[in-house]
Design a binder for this molecule. Structure first.
Ligand code: AVJ
Ligand code: FE
Length: 440
């Protein structure tokens, strides 16, 4: 890394820090009461997320990477996500909005000093290639997305952005794409800001399968509802059937039937469900039941990643479906440019090597897989980021939603949640194993 490269990298990191902070402050610009209230027991008060972002930055950038004496060690406990489940956070002595903003601003000033002094070739794995800055930038964006989900649950208006989205082009390709049998590289050992759970790169050999070219859209999902999908026990995982019965679940979250049409609320607005948009706010159980109804199944995580990132012509893994160039508005719907998924087929230029579209942006896509460590997994920099969630409890989500930032999406990025969750911006696409005769 030459001095010039180092300066450019630092400028880029500083710009990303600024972008994400603007975003956090925009989502917490409401009146104190809105920030202090718990809008749903599934979520933290918004002001908890805000100070937690700063506390995390203090822990990792200032104390661990920068060797700086703790600024406010007495609040560490309050912002430790593992000590206090979300539902209990309103009863904590959390910082008020002004104090939280002052605290995170004070941390940020020192973060920029640590950045200034950074040597990208430092052998310390936290400092090397600026990993710790990637850690806090992605962490803050993930909490921003969580805050957006909280704001959606609150019904508060003002977050709908009328960013330009390209038009729907649903019919311009086949419904399903065949991914021939063969090995691919899953995960990464080289992307400098990848999380521990994306490492190491390893070879996975898959039989041939078909995967939907596009996410499942609202019109198709409505067909499932109207065909009685929610009332047909045979379509449901037993735990999902219990969930749907106990909760009287009969449509995606935020949907309602008015007369003979479906409506939804989106950031305080009521509007007809657009038929050509990917369905969102469905749980894993709903996605799983739909897939069975359609005669398919959810893709495994490996199937999802191969269809997204593998380039069979070069035998290399791509960083994004379309290649290694950074996301831009013509390729994917990211970064809350509009407050919704783009219509089906909107980004033909963002297709993967296999021709699968809209894998990055739009909605987090449920996969059939539980969240586990790859062969050779090593926890870094702390067990509570990934490792403690490994097992049968969580399902993997891939791709990133319209609310995800380009800094926190790539073909290898893994997200996870409980199979009953649907307040996050979740959808799915289906897959099926190819019959022997189909796999040319
Ligand atoms: C990866 C989105 C499941 O929000 O629980 C935030 C990210 N980790 N703070 C979460 C995370 C620590 C995590 N998810
Ligand atoms: Fe966190």
């Amino acid at each position: 890394v030459t001095d010039l490269d180092a300066d450019r990298l630092k400028e880029r990191i500083a710009a990303q820090l600024l972008t994400v902070r603007d975003r956090s402050l925009a989502y917490t610009s409401a009146e104190d009461d809105v920030l202090l209230r718990q809008h749903s027991t599934l979520m933290s008060p918004l002001v908890w997320d805000l100070a937690h972002i700063g506390n995390y930055e203090e822990l990792w950038v200032l104390r661990e990477a920068g060797g700086i004496t703790p600024l406010r060690p007495e609040i560490d406990d309050i912002y430790d996500a593992f000590k206090h489940p979300r539902k209990d956070r309103p009863s904590l002595p959390i910082l008020g909005p002004d104090e939280a903003r002052r605290y995170i601003g004070g941390v940020r000033g020192r973060t920029l000093d640590v950045l200034d002094a950074l040597d990208f070739t430092d052998p310390d794995p936290l400092r090397r290639a600026g990993f710790v800055f990637g850690l806090v930038i992605q962490h803050e964006h993930q909490h921003d997305e969580t805050m957006l989900a909280t704001l959606q649950l609150s019904g508060r208006p003002g977050l709908v952005r009328e960013g330009d989205l390209p038009a729907a082009r649903p019919g311009r390709g086949p419904d399903e794409v065949l991914v021939p049998a063969g090995p691919f590289q899953m995960g990464t050992s080289t992307l400098p800001w990848a999380y521990d759970n994306e490492r190491p790169a390893h070879r996975v050999d898959l039989p041939a399968y078909w995967i939907d070219r596009l996410p499942v859209g609202n019109a198709a999902y409505i067909a499932f509802i109207e065909a009685g999908g929610y009332d047909d026990e045979r379509l449901w995982d037993p735990a999902g059937w219990r969930w749907r019965t106990e909760g009287a679940i009969s449509a995606p979250l935020f949907w309602s039937k008015e007369g003979d049409g479906w409506w939804r609320t989106r950031f305080g607005r009521s509007e007809p469900v657009p038929p050509d948009e990917p369905v969102q706010h469905v749980s894993w159980y709903e996605a799983d039941a739909y897939a069975r109804w359609a005669g398919k199944r959810l893709p495994t995580e490996a199937e999802w990643e191969k269809a997204c990132g593998w380039d069979p012509a070069t035998g290399r893994a791509r960083r994004y479906p379309w290649g290694d160039t950074e996301p831009h508005p013509g390729l994917a719907n990211l970064g809350h440019r509009a407050a919704r998924p783009a219509p089906l087929g909107a980004f033909p230029g963002g297709a993967s090597a296999y021709g699968v579209e809209q894998m990055i942006g739009e909605v987090w896509e449920w996969t059939g897989s539980c969240f586990t460590g790859y062969p050779g997994f090593r926890s870094f920099p702390y067990r509570e980021y990934s490792e403690v969630f490994f097992g049968q409890d969580y399902r993997v989500l891939r791709g990133g939603s319209w609310a995800a930032d380009p800094a926190a999406v790539r073909t290898t990025f893994r997200n996870w949640d409980y199979p009953i969750r649907r307040q996050i911006f979740t959808g799915f696409r289906c897959a099926r194993t190819a019959a022997p005769g189909e796999a040319r």
